[in-house]
Design a protein around this ligand. Sequence first.
Ligand code: ZN
Length: 134
Amino acid sequence: MKPTHIEHIGIAVKNLDDAIRLYQTVYGLECYATEEVPEQKVKTAFFMVGQTKIELLESTDPEGPIGKFIEKKGEGIHHLAFAVNGLAGALEETAANGVVLIDKTPRKGAEGLNIAFLHPKSTFGVLTELCEKP
Ligand code: ZN
């Protein structure tokens, strides 16, 4: 596997509107999309920085993954997402290298991407997402 670029960085926030305001007003970036992903219990907002996105994540449920993350660690960087070609193959290769997978097979993420997460205990504490365009 060789990632082509950092597809996005996911940032957990308590209030999406407040966070959007920072990225728009202070950084001068444009929020080009917002999306609710009910399976993940999040609302997201996207900004493009070069070829990398910033994905802001607000929990819609305290029991969801982002809700739990914020309760445990507070707001901040939640995950790093690499773009790869051939996600299913990359996952097999990653597992063969002893990395624990959260998702053994690709699933649908925001923006229609195929995604899979690697366990942070195998990646030095960084929740890592691999994704590819369908
Ligand atoms: Zn992500």
